[in-house]
Design a protein around this ligand. Structure first.
Ligand code: NAP
Ligand code: 8YV
Length: 312
């Protein structure tokens, strides 16, 4: 192990990986030929773990690291890290909040406009040479419509701000009302879905929100309703979603995240009323650089005085 006892679970960007190895002498778990042998030999030396949404840190990995003191996660969501088990052992966990709000909210608006105005579908129409045979069918207006936000937190509020710019009516559902929010609160998710033209998901993933969006919620959103998911695939019952899209009880969906990434249900690939993105909401040069910097700031703070900067 390097002098600072840092282990990186999986790759982020080449720039990030190189800096972590060169400036922090971090070891790379994913390049080990025999991961188990490496953990048996060095697991007890590891004090800081650097991971990401994709690689996380489950209970099994935690058990192999008996002297772990901090986990620095690349990403604001931390559902792939066993935070409960970490906290029980006094292990600090940091994430990368706020720096990605703009880009994730921008992408949510992109999906709202794409699904309503059928941009991706129209692009396919032009590319396959269908235009000379007739006009593309009419789409649906965005301006002035009703948007229901599930998870009015840091990202959800930035989605709301953008929707207000489109004169949209905004309501939201959290576990409890936000006393500072100017938007109407809906305690019942199905009531919010029934009211909304667009239901935008910006809540965390994990056990608490698993399949929050189930068949009844999708049915309440209805045949003209559009579901936008920039949260986590686990929040939506994907089997129910496919069924609702296939039988027309849901109007359409814009999805950046899936239950079993990078696998996307084959049925979704055949549907024209769905926009499918490969988990790119925070994926801009600017935002990913800021996320990387925030991981290093957390690392520096922990190495300097034993406290991460943005603890979950
Ligand atoms: P945040 O500030 O913590 O906001 C989360 C919101 O969800 C809060 O308003 C919270 O309110 C609400 N919430 C929590 N549990 C809920 C539940 N069971 N039912 C309904 N609402 C619930 O988090 P954020 O920074 O905005 O990030 C939100 C999530 O976006 C992340 O956790 C991540 O999964 C996802 N994300 C995805 C991408 C992407 O690339 N697609 C990028 C960044 C983030 P209450 O506590 O009052 O319920
Ligand atoms: C990922 C995300 O971090 O922050 C989150 O919660 O889902 C994304 O920003 C990104 O895909 C890199 O893993």
């Amino acid at each position: 192990m390097g002098a600072r006892n840092i282990l990186q679970v999986g790759p982020v960007t080449e720039r990030f990986n190189t800096r972590l190895t060169q400036d922090y002498q971090a070891e790379r778990l994913w390049t080990q030929v025999d991961r188990e042998a490496f953990l048996s030999q060095h697991g007890a030396d590891v004090e800081v773990l650097v991971t990401s949404i994709r690689f996380g840190c489950d209970a099994t990995l935690l058990e192999r690291l008996p002297n772990l003191r901090a986990i620095c996660n690349f990403g604001v969501g931390y559902d792939s890290v066993d935070v409960g088990a970490a906290k029980q052992r006094g292990i600090q966990v940091s994430n990368t909040p706020d720096v990605l709000n703009d880009c994730v909210a921008d992408l949510a608006l992109g999906l709202i406009i794409d699904t309503a105005r059928r941009l991706s579908e129209a692009d396919r129409f032009v590319r396959r040479g269908a235009w000379p045979q007739g006009n593309f069918p009419l789409a649906r207006r965005v301006t002035g419509k009703r948007v229901g936000i599930v998870g009015l937190g840091r990202i959800g509020k930035d989605v709301a701000k953008r929707c207000a710019g489109f004169d949209m009516q905004i309501r939201y559902h959290n576990r409890k009302p936000d006393p500072h929010s100017p938007y109407g609160y809906e305690a019942e998710l199905t009531a919010l879905a029934r009211w909304a033209d667009f239901l935008v998901l910006t809540c965390p993933g994990g056990a608490q929100t698993r399949h929050l969006i189930d068949a009844p919620v999708l049915e309440a959103l209805g045949p003209q309703g559009l579901l936008i998911n920039v949260a986590r695939g686990s929040v939506v019952d994907e089997v129910a979603l496919v069924a609702a899209l296939q039988n027309g009880t849901l109007g359409g969906a814009g999805l950046d995240v899936f239950e079993d990434e990078p696998r996307v249900p084959a049925a979704l690939l055949t549907l024209d009323n769905v926009v499918l993105l490969p988990h790119i909401a925070s994926g801009t040069e600017e935002t990913r650089l800021q996320m990387e910097e925030l991981v290093f700031s957390n690392l520096d703070a922990f190495l300097a005085d034993g406290q991460v900067l943005t603890a979950v």
